[in-house]
Design a protein around this ligand. Structure first.
Ligand code: GLU
Length: 471
């Protein structure tokens, strides 16, 4: 089959492979696979020089089996309708895989953000939200955007503000968008959530002894070599958590070049250098590899594509040497490339599971906004008092004395970030076990992606079954 099939067809091919292994009614499967709504928008925006530009944008709502639908808005020059449909479908499966009770959606605005001033970006964002609102495409119980490629907390703040001004009496208006700055109802731990989720997911895969043996590795993260494509929010945080947990991040590739250190790059130094100079190139201790070096083809234990879709293709798949491929980006591996890698025995941890940390913490943010209270606010002090009472009981029973530092450490109650990270870890670990159990149930002959899709299909099918429409 050709590798030139569209992005949404790629996702559908993964879906079909998994669907064939289930016993669901074909019409039900067709309903799950289909994208429910796509809105195509064109609106004028005034540039700083007074000229008017027509901006093109899309929002796809793939599945309404649970409401609201959920998914980011990306700013990218070549974003198109097929891309947002594909990404929205991935959101549906992603949410189901990690038990986040949303349908899938995705938005795209066809702009290169580098070409616009902050005020122009603000006008584009606000106008897009105005258009979405006009079509009833946004709201805490309808469809909830979030950051994606090319967008971040600032855009989410504009979205929240625009939505709120259009719905001034809506008590839950802040729950209409996630990934907001903390001051505007955001949640601690959202910024690093996708990268941390990637780390938790890979760690979970690496903890299974027999799976590691099969690919010639030992269990655990410590000492494993990691190569990352992309050093945006996801790439940076993934690299940071791998390094903090004893892995060696030996190479990071960006459009401008690939930096390398066989003993492990210093991720904080790279970040610091980028803040100061705008680039990771030239960071002390990070060797610049010859221009054009394909980062994805470097020798390593774990390869993390953390940039855009369709980067591992039929053209380069046979040259990729990594034993584990952790898909931090959405759709980095084409279906043909996937077959090549699986055939040579690579362990692919699929995007629809591995990068679900972002939407998982978005779910926590949405819950926080609906409950109008910060996680931990009610119980933190109570927990601390309970721990202190326990410590003094231990002191009385054992005659051991804890010093002030120990008391502070042992009696700390959980704050919002602790709770978010704990919820994220629980989600990533639990979902991995669900996927692996499906693999085992089917005799161990299917890859993780197929198992993850089966997990999603089964859960979505259950929702439809409750409606009694399908046999
Ligand atoms: N854009 C992210 C993703 O692709 C996050 C979506 C969200 O938080 O709703 O998963």
């Amino acid at each position: 089959m050709s590798s030139r099939i569209s992005f949404s067809e790629q996702v559908n091919r993964y879906f079909d492979t998994a669907a064939a292994l289930t016993k669901h009614d074909p019409t039900l499967l067709a309903q799950i696979r289909e994208c429910n709504f796509v809105g195509r928008f064109a609106f004028p925006v005034q540039l700083d020089n007074g000229h008017i530009e027509v901006i093109h944008a899309w929002r796809a709502q793939h599945s309404n089996h649970k409401m609201p639908t959920k998914g980011g808005i990306r700013f990218a020059p070549d974003v198109c309708e097929d891309e947002v449909i594909a990404l929205a479908s991935l959101m549906t499966y992603k949410c189901a895989i990690v038990n986040v009770p949303f349908g899938g959606a995705k938005g795209g605005v066809a702009i290169d953000r580098k070409k616009y001033s902050p005020r122009e970006l603000e006008r584009i964002t606000r106008r897009f939200i105005y258009e979405l609102h006009r079509k009833n495409f946004i709201g805490p119980g309808i469809d909830v955007p979030a950051p994606d490629f090319g967008t971040g907390p600032t855009e989410m703040a504009w979205i929240a503000d625009t939505y709120q001004s259009l719905n001034s009496s809506e008590l839950n208006a802040m729950a209409a968008v996630t990934g907001k700055p903390i001051e505007l109802g955001g949640i601690r731990g959202r910024t690093e959530a996708t990268g941390l989720g990637v780390f938790y997911g890979v760690r979970e895969a690496c903890s299974v002894d027999e799976d590691m043996k099969r690919i010639g590795l030992t269990a655990g993260i410590e000492g494993k070599t990691v190569v990352i494509q992309g050093f945006g929010n996801v790439g940076y945080h993934t690299a940071k958590f791998f390094q903090e947990n004893g892995a060696k991040v030996i190479a990071i590739g960006e459009l401008a070049g690939v930096v390398y250190n066989a003993n492990g790059l210093d991720i904080q130094a790279l970040d610091q250098h980028r803040r100061e100079t705008g680039s990771i190139l030239g960071t002390p201790g990070a060797e610049l590899l010859p221009s054009g070096t394909p980062v994805l083809e470097l020798e390593c234990d774990i390869l993390i594509p953390a940039a855009l879709e369709n980067v591992i293709t039929i053209e380069n798949a046979s040259r990729i040497k990594a034993k584990i491929i952790g898909e931090a980006a959405n759709g980095p591996t084409t279906a043909d490339a996937n077959d090549i890698l699986i055939k040579r025995g690579a362990l692919i941890i699929p995007d629809a599971y591995l990068n679900a940390g972002g939407v998982t913490v978005s779910y926590f943010e949405w819950l926080k906004n609906l409950s109008h209270v910060r996680f931990g606010r009610l119980e933190k002090r109570f927990e601390e008092m309970a721990f202190r009472r326990l410590l003094s009981a231990v002191e009385n029973a054992t005659e051991q004395k804890f010093n002030q530092e120990m008391i502070k450490l042992y009696s700390r109650g959980a704050d919002e970030q602790d709770l978010v990270r704990s919820g994220l870890e629980e989600t990533m670990a639990g979902s991995y076990q669900e996927i692996r159990n499906i693999q085992l149930r089917l005799g161990g002959n299917i890859d993780l992606r197929t198992a993850a899709f089966i997990s999603a299909i089964d859960k979505i099918a259950l929702c439809y079954a409750e409606l009694g429409i399908f046999p």
